[in-house]
Design a protein around this ligand. Sequence first.
Ligand code: ADP
Length: 381
Amino acid sequence: MNGSRVLVLNSGSSSVKYQLLDMADGTRLASGLVERIGEGPVADHAAALKQVAEELARQDLGLDSPELAAVGHRVVHGGTRFTEPALITDEVVEEIEKLIPLAPLHNPANVTGIKVARELRPDLPQVAVFDTAFHSTMPESAARYAVDVDTADRFGVRRYGFHGTSHAYVSRATAALLDRDVSEVNTIVLHLGNGASASAVRGGVCVDTSMGLTPLEGLVMGTRSGDLDAAAIFHLSRVGGMSIDEIDTLLNKRSGLLGLCGDNDMREIGRRMGEGDAEAQLAFDIYIHRLRKYVGAYTAVLGRVDAIAFTAGVGENSAAVREAAMRGLTAFGVEVDAVRNALRGSGARLISTENSRVAVAVVPTDEELEIASQTFDLVSD
Ligand code: ADP
Protein backbone atom coordinates (compact mmCIF):
# COMPACT_ATOMS: atom_id res chain seq x y z
CA MET A 1 0.00 0.00 0.00
CA ASN A 2 1.31 3.44 -0.93
CA GLY A 3 -1.10 6.22 -0.20
CA SER A 4 -2.44 7.52 3.08
CA ARG A 5 -5.81 8.82 1.90
CA VAL A 6 -9.14 7.21 2.70
CA LEU A 7 -12.45 8.01 1.01
CA VAL A 8 -15.36 7.55 3.43
CA LEU A 9 -18.74 6.85 1.85
CA ASN A 10 -22.06 6.92 3.67
CA SER A 11 -24.65 5.73 1.16
CA GLY A 12 -28.22 6.35 2.27
CA SER A 13 -31.40 5.52 0.41
CA SER A 14 -31.58 8.92 -1.31
CA SER A 15 -28.16 10.47 -0.65
CA VAL A 16 -24.44 9.78 -0.60
CA LYS A 17 -22.22 11.64 1.87
CA TYR A 18 -18.49 11.53 1.30
CA GLN A 19 -15.29 12.72 2.90
CA LEU A 20 -11.71 12.30 1.78
CA LEU A 21 -9.25 12.21 4.67
CA ASP A 22 -5.49 12.03 4.78
CA MET A 23 -4.56 9.65 7.58
CA ALA A 24 -0.95 10.84 7.62
CA ASP A 25 -2.07 13.96 9.46
CA GLY A 26 -5.85 13.56 9.86
CA THR A 27 -6.68 16.43 7.49
CA ARG A 28 -9.97 16.57 5.61
CA LEU A 29 -9.20 17.13 1.93
CA ALA A 30 -12.75 17.15 0.59
CA SER A 31 -16.30 16.51 1.67
CA GLY A 32 -19.75 16.74 0.20
CA LEU A 33 -23.18 15.34 -0.31
CA VAL A 34 -25.12 14.16 -3.34
CA GLU A 35 -28.83 14.32 -2.63
CA ARG A 36 -32.15 13.37 -4.22
CA ILE A 37 -30.94 10.14 -5.74
CA GLY A 38 -33.70 8.74 -7.92
CA GLU A 39 -35.20 12.17 -8.62
CA GLY A 40 -34.12 14.17 -11.67
CA PRO A 41 -30.50 14.25 -12.83
CA VAL A 42 -29.08 11.75 -10.32
CA ALA A 43 -30.86 8.61 -11.51
CA ASP A 44 -29.31 6.10 -9.12
CA HIS A 45 -26.39 5.37 -6.78
CA ALA A 46 -24.09 4.69 -9.74
CA ALA A 47 -24.79 8.21 -11.05
CA ALA A 48 -24.31 9.66 -7.56
CA LEU A 49 -20.92 8.02 -7.08
CA LYS A 50 -19.88 9.09 -10.56
CA GLN A 51 -20.71 12.63 -9.49
CA VAL A 52 -18.59 12.21 -6.33
CA ALA A 53 -15.70 10.88 -8.46
CA GLU A 54 -15.98 13.82 -10.88
CA GLU A 55 -16.10 16.33 -8.04
CA LEU A 56 -12.96 14.81 -6.49
CA ALA A 57 -11.21 14.75 -9.88
CA ARG A 58 -11.95 18.47 -10.32
CA GLN A 59 -10.05 19.09 -7.10
CA ASP A 60 -7.18 16.88 -8.32
CA LEU A 61 -8.16 14.25 -5.78
CA GLY A 62 -9.57 11.70 -8.25
CA LEU A 63 -10.28 8.07 -7.42
CA ASP A 64 -7.38 7.05 -9.66
CA SER A 65 -4.88 8.91 -7.48
CA PRO A 66 -2.09 6.64 -6.17
CA GLU A 67 -2.48 8.49 -2.85
CA LEU A 68 -5.84 6.80 -2.29
CA ALA A 69 -5.26 3.80 0.00
CA ALA A 70 -8.81 2.58 0.55
CA VAL A 71 -12.51 3.30 0.61
CA GLY A 72 -14.34 2.98 3.95
CA HIS A 73 -18.08 2.36 3.80
CA ARG A 74 -20.47 3.00 6.64
CA VAL A 75 -22.76 -0.01 7.01
CA VAL A 76 -25.63 0.27 9.47
CA HIS A 77 -26.24 -3.33 10.48
CA GLY A 78 -23.59 -5.98 11.01
CA GLY A 79 -25.82 -8.38 12.95
CA THR A 80 -23.89 -10.88 15.06
CA ARG A 81 -21.76 -11.73 12.03
CA PHE A 82 -19.64 -8.54 11.97
CA THR A 83 -18.08 -7.45 15.24
CA GLU A 84 -15.19 -5.63 13.57
CA PRO A 85 -14.53 -3.76 10.33
CA ALA A 86 -14.34 -6.15 7.38
CA LEU A 87 -12.26 -6.06 4.21
CA ILE A 88 -14.86 -6.25 1.48
CA THR A 89 -14.99 -9.39 -0.65
CA ASP A 90 -17.85 -10.96 -2.62
CA GLU A 91 -18.58 -13.11 0.43
CA VAL A 92 -18.74 -10.07 2.73
CA VAL A 93 -21.16 -8.33 0.35
CA GLU A 94 -23.38 -11.42 0.39
CA GLU A 95 -23.30 -11.53 4.19
CA ILE A 96 -24.31 -7.85 4.40
CA GLU A 97 -27.16 -8.57 1.98
CA LYS A 98 -28.33 -11.40 4.24
CA LEU A 99 -28.71 -8.83 7.03
CA ILE A 100 -31.14 -6.69 5.01
CA PRO A 101 -34.20 -8.02 6.92
CA LEU A 102 -32.68 -6.52 10.10
CA ALA A 103 -32.14 -3.09 8.51
CA PRO A 104 -34.47 -2.89 5.51
CA LEU A 105 -34.15 0.89 5.20
CA HIS A 106 -30.37 1.16 5.46
CA ASN A 107 -28.42 -1.93 4.43
CA PRO A 108 -29.72 -2.06 0.82
CA ALA A 109 -28.36 1.44 0.11
CA ASN A 110 -25.09 0.61 1.90
CA VAL A 111 -24.69 -2.49 -0.29
CA THR A 112 -25.45 -0.54 -3.46
CA GLY A 113 -22.79 2.01 -2.51
CA ILE A 114 -20.25 -0.76 -1.99
CA LYS A 115 -21.03 -2.45 -5.30
CA VAL A 116 -20.81 0.76 -7.30
CA ALA A 117 -17.55 1.81 -5.62
CA ARG A 118 -16.04 -1.61 -6.31
CA GLU A 119 -16.97 -1.28 -9.99
CA LEU A 120 -15.24 2.12 -10.14
CA ARG A 121 -12.01 0.85 -8.53
CA PRO A 122 -11.99 -2.98 -8.43
CA ASP A 123 -8.32 -3.07 -7.41
CA LEU A 124 -8.67 -0.78 -4.39
CA PRO A 125 -9.14 -2.23 -0.89
CA GLN A 126 -12.59 -1.37 0.45
CA VAL A 127 -13.69 -1.79 4.03
CA ALA A 128 -17.12 -2.03 5.67
CA VAL A 129 -17.39 -0.33 9.08
CA PHE A 130 -20.51 -1.29 11.00
CA ASP A 131 -22.65 0.92 13.21
CA THR A 132 -23.40 -2.07 15.42
CA ALA A 133 -19.84 -3.39 15.87
CA PHE A 134 -18.78 -1.36 18.91
CA HIS A 135 -21.75 -2.75 20.83
CA SER A 136 -20.98 -6.39 20.08
CA THR A 137 -19.09 -6.58 23.39
CA MET A 138 -22.30 -6.15 25.38
CA PRO A 139 -22.77 -9.09 27.73
CA GLU A 140 -25.71 -11.40 27.03
CA SER A 141 -27.42 -9.99 30.11
CA ALA A 142 -27.64 -6.62 28.34
CA ALA A 143 -27.99 -7.81 24.74
CA ARG A 144 -30.82 -10.32 25.21
CA TYR A 145 -34.47 -9.44 25.52
CA ALA A 146 -36.39 -11.59 27.97
CA VAL A 147 -38.18 -13.32 25.10
CA ASP A 148 -38.48 -17.04 24.35
CA VAL A 149 -34.92 -17.95 23.39
CA ASP A 150 -35.72 -20.19 20.41
CA THR A 151 -37.97 -17.63 18.77
CA ALA A 152 -35.55 -14.78 19.49
CA ASP A 153 -32.59 -16.70 18.06
CA ARG A 154 -34.49 -17.88 15.02
CA PHE A 155 -35.30 -14.31 14.00
CA GLY A 156 -32.26 -12.50 15.35
CA VAL A 157 -34.32 -10.63 17.95
CA ARG A 158 -31.73 -9.17 20.31
CA ARG A 159 -30.19 -5.81 21.05
CA TYR A 160 -27.50 -4.75 18.58
CA GLY A 161 -27.18 -0.99 19.22
CA PHE A 162 -26.29 1.70 16.65
CA HIS A 163 -24.18 4.90 16.38
CA GLY A 164 -21.28 2.58 17.32
CA THR A 165 -18.57 4.51 15.48
CA SER A 166 -19.63 7.63 17.36
CA HIS A 167 -19.71 5.94 20.77
CA ALA A 168 -16.28 4.40 20.07
CA TYR A 169 -14.77 7.69 18.96
CA VAL A 170 -16.29 9.78 21.74
CA SER A 171 -15.38 7.36 24.54
CA ARG A 172 -11.73 7.44 23.40
CA ALA A 173 -11.75 11.22 22.88
CA THR A 174 -13.19 11.65 26.38
CA ALA A 175 -10.34 9.63 27.92
CA ALA A 176 -7.88 11.73 25.89
CA LEU A 177 -9.50 14.92 27.20
CA LEU A 178 -8.99 13.64 30.75
CA ASP A 179 -5.42 12.72 29.80
CA ARG A 180 -6.02 9.12 30.84
CA ASP A 181 -5.78 5.77 29.12
CA VAL A 182 -9.17 4.67 27.76
CA SER A 183 -8.79 1.32 29.56
CA GLU A 184 -8.99 3.14 32.91
CA VAL A 185 -12.03 5.28 32.22
CA ASN A 186 -15.74 4.44 32.61
CA THR A 187 -17.89 6.71 30.47
CA ILE A 188 -21.56 7.31 29.77
CA VAL A 189 -21.78 8.60 26.20
CA LEU A 190 -24.91 10.55 25.27
CA HIS A 191 -25.15 10.82 21.47
CA LEU A 192 -28.00 13.28 21.00
CA GLY A 193 -28.63 14.07 17.35
CA ASN A 194 -31.84 13.69 15.41
CA GLY A 195 -31.42 10.03 16.27
CA ALA A 196 -30.20 9.61 19.84
CA SER A 197 -28.59 6.87 21.91
CA ALA A 198 -26.76 6.42 25.19
CA SER A 199 -24.05 3.92 25.97
CA ALA A 200 -22.21 2.64 29.02
CA VAL A 201 -18.54 2.13 28.21
CA ARG A 202 -16.26 0.41 30.72
CA GLY A 203 -12.56 0.92 30.01
CA GLY A 204 -13.24 1.48 26.30
CA VAL A 205 -15.52 -1.57 26.03
CA CYS A 206 -19.25 -1.11 25.48
CA VAL A 207 -21.35 -2.88 28.13
CA ASP A 208 -24.79 -1.46 27.35
CA THR A 209 -26.52 0.84 24.89
CA SER A 210 -30.02 2.21 24.53
CA MET A 211 -30.83 1.32 20.92
CA GLY A 212 -31.81 -2.29 20.39
CA LEU A 213 -32.89 -4.57 17.56
CA THR A 214 -33.49 -1.37 15.58
CA PRO A 215 -32.71 2.31 16.24
CA LEU A 216 -36.23 2.76 17.67
CA GLU A 217 -35.49 1.76 21.26
CA GLY A 218 -34.24 3.99 24.07
CA LEU A 219 -34.14 7.76 24.23
CA VAL A 220 -36.76 10.17 22.94
CA MET A 221 -35.49 11.28 19.50
CA GLY A 222 -36.38 13.84 16.86
CA THR A 223 -39.08 11.67 15.30
CA ARG A 224 -38.77 8.30 17.11
CA SER A 225 -40.62 7.39 20.27
CA GLY A 226 -37.79 5.50 21.96
CA ASP A 227 -38.89 3.12 24.74
CA LEU A 228 -42.51 2.10 24.63
CA ASP A 229 -44.58 -0.78 26.00
CA ALA A 230 -44.53 -3.23 23.06
CA ALA A 231 -48.21 -3.89 23.78
CA ALA A 232 -49.00 -0.38 22.52
CA ILE A 233 -48.44 -1.87 19.06
CA PHE A 234 -51.05 -4.60 19.66
CA HIS A 235 -53.42 -1.95 20.97
CA LEU A 236 -52.93 0.37 17.98
CA SER A 237 -53.51 -2.59 15.68
CA ARG A 238 -56.52 -4.14 17.44
CA VAL A 239 -58.25 -1.04 18.72
CA GLY A 240 -56.86 1.62 16.38
CA GLY A 241 -57.15 -0.56 13.26
CA MET A 242 -53.69 0.53 12.12
CA SER A 243 -51.54 -1.69 9.91
CA ILE A 244 -48.04 -2.75 10.95
CA ASP A 245 -46.55 -0.40 8.32
CA GLU A 246 -48.63 2.51 9.62
CA ILE A 247 -47.48 1.84 13.19
CA ASP A 248 -43.89 1.56 11.97
CA THR A 249 -44.18 4.99 10.34
CA LEU A 250 -45.94 6.43 13.39
CA LEU A 251 -43.24 5.32 15.84
CA ASN A 252 -40.21 6.01 13.64
CA LYS A 253 -41.24 9.13 11.73
CA ARG A 254 -44.14 10.86 13.51
CA SER A 255 -43.27 10.41 17.18
CA GLY A 256 -40.51 11.69 19.47
CA LEU A 257 -40.22 15.47 19.77
CA LEU A 258 -42.05 15.94 16.46
CA GLY A 259 -45.03 13.87 17.57
CA LEU A 260 -45.15 15.56 20.94
CA CYS A 261 -45.02 19.19 19.83
CA GLY A 262 -44.81 19.43 16.04
CA ASP A 263 -41.10 20.30 15.97
CA ASN A 264 -38.11 17.98 15.99
CA ASP A 265 -35.40 20.63 16.01
CA MET A 266 -34.23 21.41 19.53
CA ARG A 267 -33.47 25.02 18.52
CA GLU A 268 -37.09 25.62 17.59
CA ILE A 269 -38.30 23.88 20.75
CA GLY A 270 -36.02 26.12 22.83
CA ARG A 271 -37.37 29.21 21.09
CA ARG A 272 -40.97 28.14 21.73
CA MET A 273 -40.22 27.37 25.39
CA GLY A 274 -38.85 30.90 25.68
CA GLU A 275 -42.28 32.15 24.61
CA GLY A 276 -43.97 30.02 27.27
CA ASP A 277 -45.26 27.36 24.85
CA ALA A 278 -46.57 24.54 27.10
CA GLU A 279 -46.53 21.85 24.39
CA ALA A 280 -42.87 22.48 23.58
CA GLN A 281 -42.06 22.56 27.29
CA LEU A 282 -43.71 19.16 27.86
CA ALA A 283 -41.87 17.64 24.88
CA PHE A 284 -38.58 18.93 26.35
CA ASP A 285 -39.47 17.60 29.81
CA ILE A 286 -40.27 14.11 28.46
CA TYR A 287 -37.00 14.15 26.49
CA ILE A 288 -35.02 15.11 29.59
CA HIS A 289 -36.81 12.67 31.89
CA ARG A 290 -35.90 9.74 29.61
CA LEU A 291 -32.31 10.91 29.31
CA ARG A 292 -31.94 11.14 33.09
CA LYS A 293 -33.37 7.64 33.51
CA TYR A 294 -30.64 6.27 31.25
CA VAL A 295 -27.92 8.21 33.08
CA GLY A 296 -29.17 6.68 36.34
CA ALA A 297 -29.40 3.20 34.85
CA TYR A 298 -25.91 3.34 33.34
CA THR A 299 -24.47 4.67 36.58
CA ALA A 300 -25.76 1.47 38.21
CA VAL A 301 -24.50 -0.66 35.29
CA LEU A 302 -20.99 0.82 35.48
CA GLY A 303 -20.78 1.09 39.28
CA ARG A 304 -18.18 3.83 38.96
CA VAL A 305 -18.62 6.59 36.43
CA ASP A 306 -15.61 8.75 35.55
CA ALA A 307 -17.12 10.78 32.76
CA ILE A 308 -20.37 11.71 31.05
CA ALA A 309 -19.87 12.89 27.46
CA PHE A 310 -22.44 14.84 25.43
CA THR A 311 -22.13 14.63 21.67
CA ALA A 312 -23.93 15.14 18.28
CA GLY A 313 -26.15 18.07 17.24
CA VAL A 314 -28.13 18.49 20.47
CA GLY A 315 -25.42 17.24 22.85
CA GLU A 316 -22.76 19.54 21.39
CA ASN A 317 -24.94 22.62 21.04
CA SER A 318 -27.74 22.68 23.57
CA ALA A 319 -26.57 24.01 26.94
CA ALA A 320 -30.21 23.86 28.08
CA VAL A 321 -30.45 20.10 27.47
CA ARG A 322 -27.12 19.47 29.22
CA GLU A 323 -28.09 21.63 32.19
CA ALA A 324 -31.51 19.99 32.60
CA ALA A 325 -30.15 16.47 32.16
CA MET A 326 -27.44 16.95 34.82
CA ARG A 327 -29.45 19.07 37.29
CA GLY A 328 -29.52 17.89 40.91
CA LEU A 329 -27.22 14.91 40.38
CA THR A 330 -24.78 15.90 43.15
CA ALA A 331 -25.57 12.61 44.92
CA PHE A 332 -24.09 10.92 41.81
CA GLY A 333 -20.98 13.11 42.05
CA VAL A 334 -22.08 15.22 39.07
CA GLU A 335 -21.75 19.01 39.21
CA VAL A 336 -22.00 21.11 36.08
CA ASP A 337 -20.42 24.57 35.99
CA ALA A 338 -23.08 26.94 34.62
CA VAL A 339 -20.55 29.30 33.02
CA ARG A 340 -18.51 26.54 31.36
CA ASN A 341 -21.69 24.88 30.14
CA ALA A 342 -22.97 28.09 28.55
CA LEU A 343 -19.69 28.88 26.75
CA ARG A 344 -19.78 27.98 23.09
CA GLY A 345 -16.71 26.23 21.79
CA SER A 346 -15.69 23.92 19.01
CA GLY A 347 -13.37 21.31 20.51
CA ALA A 348 -13.74 18.77 23.32
CA ARG A 349 -14.18 20.58 26.64
CA LEU A 350 -15.09 20.03 30.27
CA ILE A 351 -18.27 21.60 31.62
CA SER A 352 -18.13 20.19 35.15
CA THR A 353 -16.86 22.08 38.21
CA GLU A 354 -13.40 21.50 39.66
CA ASN A 355 -15.01 19.55 42.52
CA SER A 356 -17.24 17.33 40.42
CA ARG A 357 -16.24 13.68 41.01
CA VAL A 358 -17.59 12.81 37.55
CA ALA A 359 -16.14 14.78 34.64
CA VAL A 360 -18.91 16.10 32.41
CA ALA A 361 -17.73 16.94 28.91
CA VAL A 362 -18.86 18.13 25.50
CA VAL A 363 -17.02 15.98 22.97
CA PRO A 364 -17.74 16.64 19.29
CA THR A 365 -18.15 13.37 17.44
CA ASP A 366 -16.46 12.59 14.14
CA GLU A 367 -17.89 9.43 12.63
CA GLU A 368 -16.11 9.93 9.30
CA LEU A 369 -12.69 10.20 10.96
CA GLU A 370 -13.45 7.06 12.98
CA ILE A 371 -14.51 5.14 9.86
CA ALA A 372 -11.39 6.36 8.04
CA SER A 373 -9.08 5.34 10.93
CA GLN A 374 -10.63 1.89 11.25
CA THR A 375 -10.40 1.45 7.46
CA PHE A 376 -6.79 2.62 7.33
CA ASP A 377 -5.79 0.43 10.29
CA LEU A 378 -7.25 -2.63 8.59
CA VAL A 379 -5.57 -2.07 5.22
CA SER A 380 -2.21 -1.07 6.76
CA ASP A 381 -1.87 -4.32 8.71
P1 ADP B 1 -28.17 13.48 12.73
O1 ADP B 1 -28.71 12.53 13.73
O2 ADP B 1 -29.10 13.77 11.60
O3 ADP B 1 -26.74 13.24 12.33
P2 ADP B 1 -27.13 15.80 14.18
O4 ADP B 1 -26.22 15.10 15.11
O5 ADP B 1 -26.55 16.69 13.16
O6 ADP B 1 -28.18 14.83 13.53
O7 ADP B 1 -28.18 16.64 15.06
C1 ADP B 1 -29.19 17.36 14.45
C2 ADP B 1 -30.04 18.01 15.54
O8 ADP B 1 -29.21 18.80 16.39
C3 ADP B 1 -31.06 18.99 15.02
O9 ADP B 1 -32.26 18.33 14.70
C4 ADP B 1 -31.27 19.93 16.20
O10 ADP B 1 -32.29 19.41 17.02
C5 ADP B 1 -29.98 19.83 16.97
N1 ADP B 1 -29.19 21.07 16.96
C6 ADP B 1 -28.33 21.51 16.03
N2 ADP B 1 -27.81 22.71 16.37
C7 ADP B 1 -28.37 23.04 17.55
C8 ADP B 1 -28.26 24.16 18.44
N3 ADP B 1 -27.46 25.19 18.18
N4 ADP B 1 -29.00 24.13 19.58
C9 ADP B 1 -29.81 23.10 19.86
N5 ADP B 1 -29.95 22.02 19.07
C10 ADP B 1 -29.26 21.99 17.94
